[in-house]
Design a protein around this ligand. Structure first.
Ligand SMILES: [Zn+2]
Length: 370
């Protein structure tokens, strides 16, 4: 049962499915809030559940250094440690290692880098990345991959694809935690020939799902959407597809339209901490003076704890006075907004009206911003 992915409806390339994990079924398309350090910032697990979150992300790199994967294992695993009984996906730490690539020595065996915590030297290998995720006990572990920034020369991109394939094989050979699914990652930047090569090899290894990595690293939006469309078609329809690192409302709907089932991003909570709200009429910067006497909720159609009780004027006041409650309320609202948006997208796919619904939602968000 674990690992089964049932597609219940599709509309164009968009699909509505159910992925079965060791911590229950997940309805897709699904947005996964990010809890890098075993915490979705300022939000309680019970609140996440009430907001409609089904699965959250944890980060192997950060948890390996603080408080340590062994320690979390001894304390009963990541679910118990962070008090979350829904599903958890852990990333492999590859992205963090490579986003600090100035200090990284990349070899076929693994990557050497300095810890962001204390500058000490460390070495990550595919085997270590899988071992960390096994100790954390996540429901979905990610293969260790090389993620180069946008715009690198083709030779480097090609090398990253080759190494990602090599590492994927080694990750596949590792024993996962009981019930743990393992996803492979396709690289290749916006080069469709390399994408094809990467996808073919990753798919041949028989992973439980496939991720489109190496995008939103600096390429244009247009190239990112086109690469997503093409890559999704290279990945088997009967397995879930995960786009790593997208969470703006427009981006989310556009990748769903291209056949993506899962995605994650810090955007809702990070936007909240800058004093902005995501709404059906676009983004609102609560610091703007026009909200000073605005008695309306952040979004008329939202039933989150912020919108059901508080006005824009009050939340603006909290933000301006740097009251912790302000960022809490905005975090709860932004997460609810995105989770609701994706749930509505799923319903539109089931009705066979996804594209018209999407265009209307995007027009509304844009129109209000002009
Ligand atoms: Zn709300």
């Amino acid at each position: 049962m674990t690992g089964r992915f049932d597609i219940e409806a599709s509309d164009g390339a968009a699909r509505a499915g159910i992925l079965h994990t060791a911590h229950g079924p997940i309805e897709t398309p699904v947005f996964m809030p990010v809890g890098t350090k075993a915490s979705v910032k300022a939000v309680l697990p019970g609140e996440l559940h009430d907001l409609g979150a089904q699965i959250v992300l944890g980060n192997s790199y950060h948890l390996y250094f603080r408080p340590g994967a062994d320690r979390i294992a001894r304390l009963g695993g990541l679910h118990r440690f962070m008090g979350w009984d829904g599903a958890i996906l852990t990333d492999s730490g590859g992205y963090q290692v490579f986003s600090l690539r100035d200090t990284a020595a990349i070899e076929d065996d693994g990557v050497e880098f300095r810890s962001v915590y204390d500058g000490s030297r460390h070495r990550f290998t595919p085997e270590l990345a899988m071992q960390i995720q096994r100790l954390l006990g996540s429901d979905i572990a990610m293969a260790f991959d090389e993620c180069p920034p946008a715009g690198v020369e083709r030779e480097k991109l090609q090398d990253a694809v080759r190494r990602t394939s090599l590492w994927a094989e080694r990750c596949r050979a590792c024993e996962p935690a009981p019930g743990q699914l393992v996803f492979g990652i396709c690289q290749g930047g916006v080069d469709l020939e390399l994408r094809e090569r990467s996808a073919a090899h990753i798919v041949s290894l028989g992973f439980d799902g496939h991720a489109i990595g190496g995008l939103t690293v600096g390429e244009t939006r247009e190239a990112m959407f086109e690469t997503t469309r093409a890559t999704a078609q290279m990945l088997p329809a009967q397995r879930p597809r995960y786009f790593m690192g997208i969470g703006d409302p427009e981006g989310v709907l556009e990748v769903i339209a291209r056949g993506v089932d899962m995605f994650d991003c810090v955007l809702p909570t990070r936007t909240a901490r800058t004093g902005s709200a995501l709404t059906s009429e676009g983004r609102l910067n609560l610091r703007n003076a026009r909200f000073a006497s605005d008695e309306r909720p952040l979004d008329e159609g939202c039933s989150c704890p912020a919108c059901s009780r508080f006005s824009r004027a009050y939340i603006r006041h909290l933000v301006n006075q740097q009251e912790i409650l302000g960022l809490r309320l905005l975090s709860l609202h932004n997460l609810r907004f995105l989770l609701d948006l994706v749930a509505a997208a799923r319903q539109a796919i089931e009705r066979g009206e996804f594209l018209t619904w999407k265009d209307e939602a995007l027009r509304r968000a844009k129109g209000a911003n002009e």
